[in-house]
Design a binder for this molecule. Structure first.
Ligand SMILES: [Zn+2]
Length: 381
């Protein structure tokens, strides 16, 4: 069953307050929304009637009558979300509060092209829905992360590296032909940033780095994902200073990605006679104290850190969180930290935290859930 959320205007705001855990009673909703108690009650009744909210038991009392506790109805719906990587796809179902119901990962080569990849994704969604969700609970939205730049206006992939056949492919249209629902198509680092932001309460400005096969960065400004025109946070093609010269997949020389990404390190290690198939193999080599690998990861961290010095001074974030498969190699974050603290203004680093990402492997899926809920509740749907 597929269905758009039957909410309008203020109903959506109230539902979002409950879904995100900020409100648990009619009194909370009235206080947080600024609406009069009577109009909150009216809309809550409508949301209960629509099968989206449930109200039961007793909440925390503030004196007087105990308020009844509001929560999302178990039948309110589910979201289907995916995170496409170069060699795998991680996907799952979330409830409307963004909590994962089921998550799985399977091999998938993005070089097989968009149609094969998206059809594989949709088939996996259909199977998960059939196996894990009662037929009475509707699907409310579908979202996917893409390991390349996405134009937020058209939801098309724009000149991605290492993704033959994907340039200008209408990902959203392709999914919409199958699901007549809110569709989210977003750069993977942006999704990861949106998911990671939930793990840093009280921190409003974050840079979330994804260092894996490629290098990405998502930017959270005042608690919200900053997309710009789609390229915001793209640090992979910043030119780095080097004695050598390397050509990047984008056609320019000496991009950060051509020196410091998992793909670049894998090539360099293979050239040095150490065979590496995937980025995770590099982490294994570092953990086994293979000197070439440790040294290359340290240099990669320093190069990333040098690019970050400019960005940290300019943007002055509260947090730089480092995730992605290469982030499990400990020297990476140590060298990033060293470069940033050495070169940034004291005022920029005084309260700065540079730390491993906290949200774990499902960060992008959680981010997709949070952005999809916004999309499902927005007036335009
Ligand atoms: Zn480049």
């Amino acid at each position: 069953m597929k269905q758009r959320l039957p909410v309008q205007g203020a109903q959506g705001d109230l539902l979002r307050l409950v879904a995100t855990g900020r409100a648990a009673s009619r009194a909370d909703l009235s206080r947080l929304s600024g609406l009069a108690a009577s109009s909150v009650s009216l809309r809550v009744e409508e949301l209960i009637e629509a099968g989206l909210l449930a109200e039961e038991g007793s909440g925390a009392s503030r004196g007087g009558r105990r308020p009844r506790r509001l929560s999302l109805a178990p039948t309110a719906g589910v979201l289907a979300v995916a995170d496409l990587g170069a060699h795998h796809i991680r996907l799952g179902l979330l409830d409307l509060s963004g909590a994962p119901l089921v998550v799985e990962e399977r091999p998938c080569e993005i070089t097989d092209g968009p149609e094969a990849t998206l059809d594989l994704m949709a088939e996996a969604f259909d199977r998960l829905l059939e196996e894990h969700v009662p037929a009475t609970v509707p699907l409310r939205g579908v979202g996917t992360g893409i390991p390349g730049p996405v134009d937020p206006a058209t939801l098309r992939v724009v000149t991605p590296s290492r993704m033959p056949g994907w340039n200008e492919f209408p990902v959203a249209e392709h999914l919409r032909a199958r699901y007549d629902l809110p569709i989210l198509v977003e750069n993977d680092a942006n999704l990861m940033a949106a998911g990671e932001a939930r793990s840093w309460p009280g921190r409003e400005n974050l840079m979330v780095l994804k260092v894996g096969t490629g290098i990405g960065c998502g930017v959270i400004v005042n608690g919200r994902l900053h997309r710009g025109r789609g390229a915001a946070g793209d640090i992979s093609h910043v030119r780095v200073l080097s004695d050598s010269s390397v050509i990047c997949a984008c056609g320019h020389h000496d991009c950060l990605e051509a020196y410091a990404s998992g793909a670049a390190l894998a090539t360099a290690l293979t050239d040095a006679g150490i065979i590496v198939a995937h980025t995770s193999d590099i982490v294994g080599l570092v953990n086994d104290a293979v000197p070439e690998a440790t040294s290359m990861v340290r240099t990669a961290g320093r190069r990333i850190g040098e690019v970050l010095t400019v960005l940290v001074n300019f943007f002055n974030p509260d947090v730089v969180a480092v995730g992605g498969s290469l982030s499990a190699a400990e020297p990476l974050i140590t060298s990033i930290r060293a470069a940033v603290y050495e070169r940034c203004l004291p005022l920029a680093t005084r309260d700065l935290e540079i730390a491993p990402a906290r949200a774990g492997r499902d960060a992008a899926l959680l981010g997709a859930g949070s952005l999809l809920l916004d999309a499902a509740l927005s007036p335009s749907g």
